[in-house]
Design a protein around this ligand. Structure first.
Ligand code: IVH
Length: 672
């Protein structure tokens, strides 16, 4: 290729990659499969190596160009970074609002989530990122420009046609939970000290002198303010920041009165736990920027904004006892029985200690003072023992060597300690509860109490015994009227129509979750087929590892389980699929796919079959109606067409991930 074509290609690649990176990191809506991105990235790198003069500072390759620094320079902020005043109750919040009303009258507010990260101040000169500082003491910050350049959601160049001479952007750098977990498990593997929380990890990372280390830890950034905004209001400012190419947190609201502000706060109190990053409150800002100016600042914080902090999710309490719970697979889970404590708005009296290793690691003992944490729906857990408060008579806890329920010696498998007795009453109770759960056979009216009675009186020895219960018997149980007994029987009868994947899931085989059950039922359309399969047969399925295959094979080898299957079949439970060609799920219903190029593991026919068996349609040409293009190697004009039309492009892995995600939303086939 000639020099001219090279230049054209380089410019093209730079644009494609910048756009792809924006779509991926800012809009969270990728348009290119990772593999294609990587391929283009390498091509651009090679061209830039050949023609260094053509490298521009906004090229994606320039995010991690810099050499490690000796130290950071301290720099004075052009405009100081103020902090926020905090309020902790709605009462305090309403006092703040009254003060605002007194000074400037009735106003509108913008409520934003308070992201739990670190404030950064970015300087753009003529649209180019020239400097990035930490908050420091609000007046002097550290120049961490090279590190900030590695944050993919920070634009190196603003996406607006005529950027002003100087633009200062403020926002929050943070590390999402998933990335935090990844960093910590990597550190654990290398024997390094773990970060206590994502915020510390973020602070530690930004202080790294080697930008390559920073780049490898995927930091993220939400922009939230512009000290000299060209706009008239905060909501317009957010829109402007977005148009510049920044990632702006989408969860903000314009609130016209106190009630709307309170609703926002209340909603996010629990909803925030579904977010993939940490938040610790809500920031309430006066929307009108002129009024903001009028209100001004006190010594350290603006009068026009306030942070409402959510109640802490960690508290100190004492462990009164350590007890053991036995689960459906026989796993022994240690539980800390706590002096009840108020935590994130609820009273907590028990916290999980996960497993034996966790107890050893924490060295937690009865009588210890501990820190417990509860976030949203997450089960409360003990995160730290306050060794300095330990009573002198305390003894290390020794994990039981026999099952606390049936006294069978326990076995240790990997990190789990298990009761190996299939007839352990507790294992049976938990299995029955799992069988009846919504995601499995969805049998209503059989709760914990009834299960305990059924098992303890010896009436139910296996799942199949449930189907022999009579009306008289059931109504005789404690707190069971005739009506509820009838309902239980009706629900049991209905459970016999549930499809094979649900039954397979309900059997409670280790490692066979909902998605796995659907996957298995596709290849093994009956319990018999699965029982006859070898470990090799099972692990030959894409997505099924050797450990899972072993666990399944092992389960079916057990004579008690074979009897169970026979008994269930005799009662009319669906232990086989109705037809090899029935839909496995309707997860992809209404979705049109085009497959192009060579996929890594599947032929085009196999991929088509997969899509169709989940209710989707595979066609051969890309149009506006196409929902997804599945692209493999050497994808040609169909991929180009998809990109032109803005059709979402998936790799084979991403298709599977999409399917898994849909399946785990519980869209399993309903009985015909
Ligand atoms: S506005 C003049 N908005 O909270 C102060 N801050 O406790 C402007 N923070 O230093 C700050 N999310 O690091 C603002 N949506 C948001 C925020 C936010 C997180 C942080 C910021 C600030 C700290 C104050």
């Amino acid at each position: 290729m000639g020099r001219e074509q090279d230049h054209e290609r380089l410019v093209q690649l730079r644009e494609i990659l910048n756009r792809a990176s924006y779509r991926y990191y800012v809009l969270d809506d990728p348009e290119l499969p990772d593999s294609v991105y990587d391929q283009y990235y390498r091509e651009l790198q090679a061209l830039e190596a050949r023609y260094p003069a053509w490298i521009t500072p906004d090229s994606v390759t320039q995010r991690v160009g810099a050499e490690p620094l000796q130290e950071f320079q301290t720099v004075r902020h052009r405009i100081p970074l103020y902090s926020l005043d905090n309020v902790f109750t709605l009462e305090e919040l309403s006092q703040w609002e009254k003060r605002v009303n007194k000074l400037v009258g009735e106003v509108e507010f913008v409520c934003e989530l308070k992201i739990d990260g670190l404030a950064l101040a970015l300087t753009y000169e003529k649209g180019l990122l020239t400097r990035g500082l930490t908050r420091g003491d609000g007046h002097l910050g550290e120049d961490i420009t090279t590190n900030i350049r590695t944050i993919r959601s920070v634009p190196l160049q603003l996406q607006i046609p005529e950027p002003s001479e100087l633009l200062e952007v403020r926002g929050e750098a943070f590390i999402p939970f998933q990335e935090f977990d990844r960093i910590n498990s990597e550190r654990a593997e290398q024997g390094e000290k773990l970060f206590a929380n994502p915020r510390n990890a973020c602070a530690g990372t930004l202080r790294q002198l080697d930008p390559r280390v920073v780049s490898a830890r995927h930091l993220n950034f939400f922009a939230y303010s512009l000290p000299n905004s060209p706009a008239l209001t905060q909501d317009q400012t957010l829109a402007f920041l977005k148009s510049c190419g920044f990632r702006v947190n989408p969860h903000w609201a314009l609130c016209r009165n106190r009630k709307e502000v309170q609703d926002f706060i209340e909603y996010w109190l629990t909803a925030r736990h579904q977010l993939p990053y940490g938040t610790d409150g809500v920031v309430i800002k006066v929307n009108d920027l002129h009024l903001q100016e009028e209100l001004g600042f006190n010594a350290k914080a603006p009068r026009w904004a306030v942070a409402y902090k959510y109640p802490p999710e960690e508290a100190v309490t004492t462990v009164q006892d350590i007890t053991i719970q036995v689960g459906r697979t026989g796993a022994l889970t240690p539980v800390a029985e706590l002096q009840p404590v108020l935590l994130a708005g609820t009273t907590v009296a028990r916290a999980t200690l996960h497993n034996q290793d966790r107890i050893t690691e924490l060295d937690v003992r009865p009588g210890d003072s501990v820190i417990v944490r509860k976030a949203g729906e997450i089960i409360p857990e003990v995160v730290k023992v306050l060794q300095e408060l330990r009573p002198s008579i305390s003894q290390p806890y020794s994990f039981p060597t026999v099952c606390p329920v049936c006294h069978t010696p326990v076995v240790r498998e990997d990190i789990l300690v298990r009761c190996p007795n299939h007839r352990c009453p507790q294992v049976l109770k938990a299995s029955v509860a799992h069988w009846c759960s919504r995601a499995a056979l969805d049998i209503q009216g059989i709760g914990e109490k009834l299960i305990a009675q059924l098992v303890d009186t010896g009436r139910v020895h296996s799942l199949a015994d449930l189907y022999t219960l009579t009306l008289d018997e059931l109504s005789a149980y404690e707190r069971m009227g005739t009506k509820s007994a009838q309902n239980v029987l009706a629900s049991l009868a209905h459970s016999k129509t549930k499809p094979w994947p649900k039954v397979l899931f309900g059997l409670g085989i280790r490692h066979v979750g909902q998605t796995m059950a659907v996957l298995l039922s596709k290849v093994f359309p009956s319990a018999q087929a699965l029982a006859q399969a070898s470990i090799q047969d099972i692990s030959a399925i894409y997505g099924v590892g050797a450990e899972i295959a072993q666990s399944i094979h092992h389960w079916f080898e057990d004579p008690t389980h074979q009897q169970l299957i026979q008994a269930l079949e005799a009662h009319g439970v669906q232990i086989r699929g109705t037809d090899g060609q029935t839909l496995l799920s309707e997860s992809l219903l209404g979705q049109t796919f085009v497959i192009t190029g060579t996929l890594p593991t599947r032929s085009r026919e196999e991929c088509t079959a997969l899509i169709e068996r989940h209710g989707g349609k595979a066609t051969s040409s890309v149009s506006k109606k196409t929902n997804f293009v599945v692209a493999g190697e050497k994808a040609g004009s169909k991929l180009t067409r998809a990109l032109e039309l803005g059709v979402k492009v998936l790799s084979e892995d991403e298709l599977l991930a999409l399917l898994q995600a849909k399946l785990s939303q519980g869209k399993l086939p309903e009985p015909e």
